[in-house]
Design a binder for this molecule. Sequence first.
Ligand code: NAD
Ligand code: IPM
Ligand code: MN
Length: 357
Amino acid sequence: MKKNIALLPGDGIGKEVTKEAVKILQAIATRFNHKFTFTEALIGAAAIDSVGDPFPPESGKLCRSSDAILLGAVGDPRFDQRHPSGMSPEQGLLRMRKELGLYANIRPVKSYPGLYNRSPLKAQVLAGANLVIFRELTGGLYFGEKKRSADSASDLCLYTREEIIRIAIPAFEAAMQRRKKLTLVDKANVLETSRLWREVVREISGNFPGVEVDYLYVDNAAMQLIQNPRQFDVILTENMFGDILSDEASVLTGSLGMLPSASIGNKVSLYEPVHGSWPEAAGRNIANPIGAILSTAMMLEYSFQLPLESAWIHRAVEEAIQAEALTLDLNPSGGRSTTATGDFISNFLLHENLHSV
Ligand code: NAD
Ligand code: IPM
Ligand code: MN
């Protein structure tokens, strides 16, 4: 199989983790006789610095003409306070999501037995936790009209029925393939948008009688997520709640560096780790590359329909966990570098007998 992948490393550790993710895709290509071609483009602070635009038109063009997009992360403290240019690296990411119509962000979270002792939560709470967050990605507070005067500011939270339907359906479909439970997380006791989400989800649930539907307020959900994570299968939620809950859910795995994601719309899909550019770690070769690596497993499964290859990446990551070939966040006494962790996973894929996944 031949595929063209747009590679957008972005900023900070984004550059380091995407390098390892590419290494893994190349190992898969070698072992399974595929050809993956990578073409690099700019996004984030790197793009502002070189061309004065956080998501330049050439990057958009490359993304639209590729079979999939692999992204690292964006963000640079130089732009944390309002930059004189008025630009920010994050605007690049948001514009990319909007322009490419990537409305469904899928963030799977599972706890690995070999990492139970790396989480502040007890092993008995973590055992068997396996959930996926369907986060709406192109609406809500992030994209509503913003207003600012000297003494007041506002961000509009707007959702249409159509925007809710188009993410709710794939979330229900995912639940059908999993443990058949869907939890809508909202704030319907306060927010009108949440009341619309409930109404629409209740209607759609009629078409999925096999799926048990739960409705949970986000404050309660934030607590339940670490009190009793096993109760969750598919969590469906709006943009901002999904952003916050997914970082929280990463505690179930032991590190934010473990979480992958896929952002899906009607055309090309984007794959990126859930974490950010972790500026303090940039250039130090200490960032965990597994979130980025597992994002490539999602790419193989969702964009290229290669479930076997994807399963092998999962298997290789489990080997790394078992061998403690892990970065400092998960192995404080003997942490390996980003590169060495990627090498371990890639070497496993290059040398393992591939008949036994
Ligand atoms: P961050 O995700 O970059 O880092 C938060 C903490 O998580 C770090 O201090 C570190 O302890 C841990 N962490 C993150 N990635 C890790 C990895 N690969 N391995 C091990 N530990 C890891 O979040 P932040 O510090 O709030 O934000 C930094 C910048 O990143 C900001 O500019 C923010 O806007 C941006 N950001 C970008 C994305 C994205 O590109 N998708 C996502 C989140 C944040
Ligand atoms: C994420 C990030 C982004 C978001 C930021 C960088 C705009 O936190 O991808 O989770 O809030 O969506
Ligand atoms: Mn986030």
